[in-house]
Design a protein around this ligand. Sequence first.
Ligand code: ZN
Length: 154
Amino acid sequence: MPQVPDLPLDGLYGEKIMDHYRNPRNREQVPDPSLEAEEFNPFCGDRIILQLRLDGQGKVSLVSAVSEGCSIIQATASMMGEALRGKTLPELEDLSRRFHSMMRDNRSADEAAEPMGDLEALQVVRRYPVRIKCALLPWVALEEGIKRFRSPTS
Ligand code: ZN
């Protein structure tokens, strides 16, 4: 049974968010991941477990983004997982930076000219400032995973 969304999400962007929320992608565990991270936000019970496998060229070949909590984190985790495949770590960091700019509504003209696919839909979450954190949590996990991958001892 699909749950009722906890935000009024309408229009094209809202439909995209609901599609990812109802049919989340990349929920299969990645065996022997190159990097992984878990983040939790007690405010709305959001949790994300991110696992990535890198191929010999340092590009993301397998993605697992398993989330629970509100509709926003679940849709974001699904959309982000789709966007990561085939990218190198510096490209992931660039994507994360651009996503943060979009959510703060201060994208440069260059950034706005290079759309981010389904992730663009999440700009509607800016209407609910308290929920922006939900859309950022998967990116916190991504950045934490990259940091630990580069300095495993710290
Ligand atoms: Zn949330």
